[in-house]
Design a protein around this ligand. Structure first.
Ligand code: HEC
Ligand code: HEC
Ligand code: HEC
Ligand code: HEC
Ligand code: HEC
Ligand code: HEC
Ligand code: HEC
Length: 262
């Protein structure tokens, strides 16, 4: 069933697009006040998700409950700009029965994502980041644009976040005889996977990274005592970070050292 293609016209914004604007306005806080402009395809207009379902049934079905499906236009005139917000207007593609080159496939480039997630371009440009800008990696290696939560195994499914990371980082996978309990909180407790100014994409560059869990207690003489393994760490802390050579190098886990020394 082919419905009349709709163009991204002024009317769309004034009438059919009222709730789209609502969604976009809500999202402004998160997307850094970016103005959303779907990719442009010469001569093509928007047709809505239902059209896509004719040929990409599985994808459309899975998409219904995804984070990005919330971008759809709701209500009477709902045509669902969901798919086309990333892939561009689909009329030419539909008319051509799916002809190659008639629709945007953002697979290899993060540009489609940056349209709305402007702040992420900045994060991935920081000195320590996953090599997305150089094209060696894509957003979709960690995020599913089509199904469920966009963050693979996101909130509440920490094992899955770990699985996503350890698909590539096998050394951190374990199991370890002595696993660092912090690993249960997920890799993002200590790393920002998009990028940071700190070495190894750490969220904090110094021992404060560890001290947020390993509390610092004021001692009688006013100096801080680090309670870790029941030991006073005052002098050791002068060596640098907790994970310098000779200290807790095996910060993810160890098969031989309970205090994660090596
Ligand atoms: C009439 C059938 C048909 C409809 C309707 C259709 N597609 Fe396609 N689409 C195809 C075919 C066929 C291919 C090529 C598939 C392949 O080779 O795996 C394709 C490929 C694609 C690709 C990959 C293109 C590439 O260059 O890698 C995307 C993205 C896509 N479609 C999105 C959409 C979206 C979004 C809609 C709705 C606006 C849509 N399609 C509607 C048939 C269709
Ligand atoms: C949030 C952005 C986004 C939305 C929304 C989106 N897609 Fe995609 N789509 C992508 C990306 C990114 C890829 C490339 C995936 C890859 O290469 O790993 C892709 C790839 C595709 C492909 C090529 C085959 C494949 O799976 O790799 C098809 C077909 C497709 N999308 C159809 C759809 C349809 C239909 C919808 C709506 C139900 C939709 N997409 C919504 C981002 C999106
Ligand atoms: C048309 C604008 C738009 C595009 C394009 C877009 N996003 Fe989003 N994305 C959003 C909005 C708005 C939200 C917030 C939705 C919410 O808060 O429920 C979001 C949320 C997310 C989230 C958080 C999900 C969650 O469950 O909390 C991730 C991850 C994400 N997007 C990744 C991507 C990736 C990867 C791409 C490119 C393939 C992409 N987005 C393209 C608008 C967009
Ligand atoms: C190496 C894996 C990885 C890559 C690559 C990646 N992300 Fe993420 N992203 C994550 C994880 C994990 C989270 C959840 C962070 C958390 O829970 O603290 C996340 C969260 C997000 C969020 C929601 C929270 C926020 O920070 O705003 C958005 C939006 C997002 N990513 C967009 C993107 C975009 C766009 C790209 C590509 C340019 C991308 N991500 C590439 C792993 C990745
Ligand atoms: C698709 C594979 C892949 C996935 C998935 C992945 N990474 Fe990476 N990671 C890489 C690559 C490639 C590098 C860059 C290595 C280099 O530059 O030598 C990297 C680098 C890193 C580094 C810095 C290493 C260094 O020596 O500076 C950290 C930390 C890291 N990733 C953590 C994570 C976390 C946390 C996740 C999950 C949210 C994750 N990675 C998911 C491929 C991946
Ligand atoms: C308790 C905090 C913490 C957690 C949780 C954590 N890391 Fe790390 N990670 C670190 C620190 C600190 C370093 C730097 C070690 C160094 O430079 O010697 C590091 C380094 C790395 C490196 C670089 C390794 C190298 O040899 O240079 C990778 C890759 C990495 N982490 C991946 C992960 C993954 C994947 C997870 C989740 C499964 C994870 N990390 C969880 C603190 C953590
Ligand atoms: C998210 C909270 C959290 C963070 C962040 C964290 N840890 Fe832990 N760590 C724990 C928990 C919980 C335990 C197990 C209980 C305990 O022994 O205190 C533990 C245990 C340890 C142990 C083993 C103590 C023993 O003798 O059994 C060492 C060593 C350690 N952590 C070092 C570090 C270092 C170094 C960092 C910073 C890179 C760090 N931790 C960051 C939560 C955390």
């Amino acid at each position: 069933m082919i419905t009349k293609p709709r163009s991204w016209s002024k009317n769309t914004f004034l009438f059919g697009g009222v709730s789209l604007w609502a969604v976009l306005l809500i999202s402004c806080t998160m997307v850094d006040r970016a103005i959303v402009a779907p990719p442009h395809i010469a001569g093509a207009s928007f047709v809505g998700d239902k059209e896509c379902a004719q040929c990409h049934e599985e994808t459309v079905k899975g998409f219904e409950h995804s984070t990005h499906a919330k971008l759809k236009v709701q209500g009477e005139n709902a045509k669902g700009l969901g798919c086309e917000s990333c892939h561009g207007p689909g009329s030419t593609h539909v008319q051509a029965g799916g002809g190659m080159g008639s629709i945007v496939n953002p697979g290899k480039s993060p540009e489609a994502c940056f349209q709305c997630h402007l702040d992420k371009r900045g994060e991935f440009s920081l000195p320590n980041s996953h090599p997305v800008m150089s094209g060696k990696m894509t957003c979709t290696e960690c995020h599913d644009p089509h199904k469920g939560k966009a963050i693979k195994g996101g909130a509440g499914h920490l094992t899955s976040e770990k699985e996503t990371c350890t698909e590539c980082h096998t050394a951190q996978k374990g199991p370890f005889v002595f696993e660092h309990n912090a690993m249960r909180e997920g890799c993002t407790t200590c790393h920002n996977p998009h990028g940071t100014v700190n070495q190894k994409m750490l969220v904090q560059r110094d021992s404060n990274l560890c001290l947020k869990c390993h509390l610092q207690h004021p001692a009688v003489d006013g100096n801080a005592t680090i309670i870790a393994g029941g030991e006073d760490h005052r002098t050791r802390m002068q060596n640098g970070t907790c994970w310098v050579s000779g200290c807790h190098e095996a910060v993810h886990g160890s098969n031989v050292s309970k205090p994660l020394r090596y």
